[in-house]
Design a protein around this ligand. Structure first.
Ligand SMILES: Cc1ncc(COP(=O)(O)O)c(C=O)c1O
Length: 315
């Protein structure tokens, strides 16, 4: 396991070293110094990768574009040699590779190719100057199709676009697929609480909120929303909104669906990635249950929280 994160705490680094992770992806000089201090205290040797910011612009929501100098992520590619200098005399730290993660929900393979080619060049330069670099970690980023008309590259196409570059280099390529594995695997089932209309809008108020799936509120992300009932009814254009006291609490705006009624279920598609992981207790909302569907079998894998769960940690 590689330990990544935009700003690692002392506690996290101590634990990562104790657990003996494959490498810690270092995001800054400051992090490097802290890792060194902890490694010395623990009398341990630590493998690191330097997370590089290659200043590559990608076509995705700006909140999940992470490979530009304007973002907080990584060490600017032009500053890598300066950080590498800091390794001199730090015998507990071993530079084993370089890493990057240029963003998420990327469907254009050209951005990955450009990043991979820059990373390869940098890795080979570091190798040439005597550093035993053996890995290039390209992070995650591969997008999925959220809308029916969207096309996302297949995992094989992604692999084909970057793997050949590393052939004959002895560099090991690490990919961290997240969304591309689980995004399509899950959905969010929500119940309609109320329907209301005014002269401007039609609202479908549901029991799921931004606390359960924050992507629409945070990035204006699109999730297909489908009524579970197949009853033939007239279509309506409606804002599918949560019950939380925020205008930004919505799952989908201006959606044309068959007119739902209170008590009905709606299916919010592609919620397998960044649903539960980004969920919160905001507005004192207990977290929802998670169910695994395996063929015709249904397993409860996470029980619904109770109100008591919310105050369990209170002193
Ligand atoms: C370092 C790193 N690797 C992998 C991922 C997963 O990326 P994705 O969800 O795009 O697959 C992330 C997501 O933020 C990340 O920061």
């Amino acid at each position: 396991m590689v330990f990544s994160g935009a700003g690692k705490s002392r506690l996290e680094i101590e634990k990562a070293i104790e657990l003996g992770v494959l490498a810690i992806n270092v995001e800054s000089e400051s992090e490097l110094f802290l890792i060194h201090e902890i490694a010395k205290n623990q009398k341990k040797e630590v493998s690191i990768h330097l997370r590089v910011n290659p200043n590559i612009s990608v076509e995705t929501n700006p909140y999940i574009a992470t490979g530009l100098y304007q973002t907080k992520f990584g060490i600017a590619d032009e500053a890598v040699s300066k950080v590498v200098e800091q390794l001199r005399g730090k015998s507990e730290i071993h530079l084993r590779g370089i890493a990057c993660h240029i963003g998420s929900q990327i469907t254009d393979l050209e951005s990955f190719k450009l990043a991979a080619s820059r990373m390869k060049t940098l890795a080979l330069e570091l190798k040439q100057s005597g550093h035993p670099i053996s890995r290039v970690d390209m992070g995650g980023g591969l997008g999925i199709a959220y809308r029916s008309q969207e096309v996302a590259p297949a995992v094989e196409a992604y692999a084909q676009s970057v793997l050949p570059m590393f052939q004959g280099t002895s560099l090991q390529l690490i990919l961290e697929p997240g969304r591309s594995i689980v995004g399509n695997a899950g959905g969010l089932l929500t119940q309609v609480l109320h329907i209301k209309k005014n002269r401007e809008r039609h609202f479908t108020i549901v029991d799921a909120a931004m606390t359960d799936l924050i992507r629409p509120s945070l990035y204006e992300a699109y999730h297909e929303i489908i009524p579970v009932s197949t009853l033939d009814r007239d279509p309506v254009t409606t804002d599918i909104v949560g019950p939380v006291c925020e205008t930004g609490d919505f799952l989908g705006l201006g959606r044309k669906i068959t007119e739902p009624s209170s008590g009905e279920l709606l299916w919010v598609q592609n919620a397998g990635a960044y649903g539960t992981t980004m969920s919160s207790h905001y507005n004192s909302r207990p977290k929802i249950a998670e169910v695994l569907v395996e063929g015709s079998q249904v397993h409860l894998i996470c029980r619904r929280e109770t109100v008591e769960d919310l105050w369990r940690q209170e002193i």
